[in-house]
Write a protein that binds this ligand. Structure first.
Ligand code: HEM
Length: 197
């Protein structure tokens, strides 16, 4: 196709746009800001997703590309949010990402980092539940140095990274798979309402 954007980050945006809209609608369908109980289910999904990505965020090969990668991980904040919300740390869900290629890994991290942009809207609504970046909604908090700056810095690295066409295709697959996985974890989190291990 000749309407493919020149920048990799924009291509990843393009190929995941429909998945993002669907996920956004699914999140909203669960009315996460109607009660702390509803919000806690959302945090369960966020925790599971971040916990699955923890090994990527701490991967030396990836840190060589994105120097502050480890500090960008939000698994710990999500775990603290669960405690704030009197919610047990959920058992892992089969099907987590394992040993992705470099391209795939970058696609997954793109989605995880991109979700911090939507978080700016979500944290404002969490205030109605008396939650904040210091209690219960820590994982939605503004990253050190600012949201926009952090995203720009990440996408610049992603866009400048030399990848083969195969690796580039793997990045697109990785980003799409990340949305599918988050969707699955979100469904699990709300379905498992009373049955969390
Ligand atoms: C697990 C992945 C993601 C989740 C769960 C997620 C969730 C959401 C939700 C629920 C909203 C709506 C907020 C509101 O209207 O109150 C939103 C908005 C937004 N998200 Fe995401 N998102 C994810 C990934 C991404 C990615 C990868 C990007 C960028 C590449 C992104 C960029 C944005 C932006 C810019 C907004 C602001 C409103 C808009 O333009 O639609 N998100 N996100």
């Amino acid at each position: 196709m000749n309407d493919r954007p020149a920048l990799r980050s924009q291509r990843l945006n393009q190929v995941t746009q429909a998945a993002h809209s669907e996920l956004d609608a699914l999140v909203k369908s669960h009315a996460p800001f109607d009660s702390r109980e509803n919000f806690a289910r959302f945090v369960v999904a966020q925790y599971l997703f971040q916990a699955e990505l923890q090994s990527l965020y701490n991967d030396p090969q990836l840190i060589a590309i994105v120097p502050d990668l480890a500090q960008r991980c939000r698994a710990e904040q999500a775990r603290l949010d669960l405690a704030d919300l009197d919610t047990e740390v959920p058992a892992s869900v089969p099907g987590a990402l394992r040993s992705p290629s470099l391209g795939e890994a970058m696609g997954w991290i793109f989605v995880s980092e991109g979700s911090k942009l939507g978080a700016a809207f979500l944290i404002k609504r969490a205030v109605a539940l008396e939650l904040s970046e210091n209690f219960g909604a820590r994982h939605l908090g503004e990253p050190a140095g600012g949201r926009a700056a952090g995203w720009k810095q990440f996408t610049r690295i992603l866009d400048d990274l030399a990848l083969s066409p195969e690796q580039d295709a793997a990045a697109e697959r990785g980003a799409q798979a990340a949305f599918e996985r988050f969707t699955e974890l979100l469904k699990h989190a709300y379905a498992a309402d009373t049955a969390l291990a």
